[in-house]
Design a protein around this ligand. Structure first.
Ligand code: ACO
Length: 307
């Protein structure tokens, strides 16, 4: 009976809520995806956070500070969504630190210049929006609702990145070179964010059937390429792909072969910054332990206190 209700809810495009019956596989998939997403937001604070103290002006510092704080907010929001499924936040963090849960490959690349901050906004947040707007219609209610707010903020982040790059492109030849160099380094990793090709994506078919995912990895990657080419032209940068050209028959841009061995390497922990990212996360967790203990003791005391 419960299974029939679940299937009917999915078929009618309605939402599954935390107290509804759901197959164990659905619960596990949702916890996996939401946790991976939350970890990405929290680890994703590091590459840009590294530039807060080195931002070129007070205005840029204030913008960057606010953006990195937004990412923390997204992470906490998503951990709350995972908790509605019975997951424990501390346990999820331990799994991340011990390498038992993943986070997005993209955050394992270094940010070498301030142009990287702009390119992360433009390309990385652009790719995140492409992937996450359809998730606003994901079948699990708390995740879909979280995505609405997160996408609004991500759109704002993308614009600030593009505006930063526009400003640099109007600057000196050295600044323009810096932007091009950052684009060269981030373009291919941004395409990898969408995950392995459909033929090698073990989770897509089931996640599509459960309406967790609304599009395949390759569909969203193509959408991102189509969206980015005119933006690159407007900016005056060259995307580092000699095979990139409009295909009138397909009405999409063709693009070159992605180095999938690089994605595999980065996901398995061997990217340029994996060790540093996890070491920082571990340190933050250890150094924050006393705050969590104090907050829990305070809450317990208040509960025990007379009204
Ligand atoms: N980085 C790290 N791991 C990845 C990536 C990536 N770019 N792409 C795929 N994977 C992992 C998957 O998590 C899965 O691992 P698991 O089964 O051990 O958990 C494996 O590779 C195979 O991939 P898929 O079968 O394609 O997995 P899935 O159906 O979950 O699709 C995707 C992957 C598209 C990332 C999906 O999980 C998703 O849409 N997640 C929500 C968005 C998100 O997490 N964004 C984070 C970055 S954006 C940001 O924070 C700014």
């Amino acid at each position: 009976m419960s299974e029939q209700v679940f299937e009917a809810t999915i078929a009618k495009d309605q939402r599954i809520e935390p107290r509804d019956w759901m197959p164990e596989g659905y619960r596990k998939t949702m916890i996996r995806q939401i946790a991976q997403h939350a970890h990405s937001e929290i680890i994703g604070m590091q590459p840009e956070g590294a530039w807060i103290t080195r931002a070129p002006s007070l205005r840029r510092k204030a913008i960057l500070l606010a953006k990195v704080q937004d990412e923390a907010g997204h992470g906490l929001y998503l951990y709350s969504a995972a908790e509605t499924l019975g997951a424990d936040r501390g346990d999820l963090t331990r799994r991340l630190i011990e390498g038992r849960q993943k986070y997005s490959s993209i955050f394992n690349y270094p940010t070498l210049t301030f142009a990287d901050v702009g390119v992360i906004g433009w390309l990385v947040d652009g790719a995140a929006i492409c992937n996450q707007v359809p998730l606003c219609r994901s079948s699990f209610g708390p995740y879909a609702r979280a995505m609405i707010r997160i996408c609004k903020e991500e759109s704002f982040h993308q614009r600030q990145g593009y505006e930063l790059l526009m400003t640099m492109m109007r600057g000196t030849p050295a600044q323009r070179e810096m932007v091009q160099d950052a684009v060269n380094r981030w373009w291919w990793p941004s395409l990898m964010m969408f995950g392995p090709p459909d033929a090698e994506s073990p989770n897509t078919a089931q996640s599509m059937a459960w309406k967790i995912k609304r599009h395949t990895n390759d569909e969203l990657r193509q959408r991102f390429v189509d969206m980015s080419v005119p933006q690159a032209e407007a900016l005056g940068v060259t995307l580092p792909d000699g095979d990139l050209r409009w295909n009138a028959e397909r009405e999409h841009y063709d693009f070159g072969e992605i180095d999938w061995s690089e994605l595999k390497r980065v996901i398995s922990g061997d990217g340029p910054m994996n060790k540093e990212r996890i070491a920082n996360r571990r340190r933050a967790d250890e150094e924050g332990a006393w705050v969590r203990e104090a907050a829990a003791a305070h809450a317990a005391k208040r509960q025990g206190a007379p009204a």
